[in-house]
Design a protein around this ligand. Structure first.
Ligand code: THU
Length: 134
C-alpha cells in the first residue's frame, strides 16, 4: 500500500461521509473499502427515526461491495470528525472477509492511524469456527 493509495482511500471515505444521513446523532461517518479487484466501494452511515435500524458506514460499504460480487478486501478507510475506530459490529462484519484487513482511521483534519483488524478484534469468531457437517 503506497502513501498515494492510502490518501486516495481516505479521500474516498471523506467524500462518502458527505452523504451520511445523520439527523439524530449528527455524527457522520464515511468508509471506503479497497477490494482485491482494485475497485473502491464506499459507504456512509444511514440513520432512521426507529434508531435501532441505523446502519454504520463500514457495513454499508461491505454490503455494497458484496452485492457487486466482491469477497476480499485488503484495506478499509474510515473517516469521522474525531478519527475513531469502527464499532464492534462493523469489526465483526469486516473480519468475515479478511481478519487481517488494514484499517485506516482518519479525522477531518488529516490525522491518521493504521491498525490491523486482528488488533481491533482479537480472538475473533469467524467462518472457520462453524462446523456445518454436524
Ligand atoms: N457509526 C458508524 O457509522 N460506524 C461506526 O463504526 C460507529 C458508529 C454511526 C452509527 C450512527 O449513525 C452514528 O455513527 C453514531 O453512533
Amino acid at each position: 500500500m503506497t502513501l498515494a493509495e492510502i490518501q486516495a482511500l481516505v479521500i474516498a471515505a471523506a467524500k462518502a461521509r458527505e452523504a451520511a444521513y445523520v439527523p439524530y446523532s449528527h455524527f457522520a461517518v464515511g468508509a471506503a473499502l479497497l477490494a482485491a479487484s482494485g475497485e473502491i466501494y464506499i459507504g456512509c452511515n444511514v440513520e432512521n427515526a426507529s434508531f435501532g435500524l441505523t446502519v454504520c458506514a463500514e457495513r454499508n460499504a461491505v454490503f455494497h461491495a458484496v452485492a457487486q460480487g466482491e469477497r476480499h478486501f485488503a484495506v478499509v478507510a474510515v473517516v469521522t470528525q474525531n478519527g475513531v475506530t469502527p464499532c464492534g459490529a462493523c469489526r465483526q462484519v469486516l473480519a468475515e472477509f479478511n481478519p487481517q484487513m488494514m484499517v485506516i482511521v482518519a479525522d477531518t483534519t488529516g490525522n491518521r492511524c493504521i491498525y490491523n483488524l486482528a488488533e481491533l478484534l482479537p480472538h475473533a469468531f469467524g467462518p472457520e469456527h462453524l462446523n456445518t457437517m454436524q
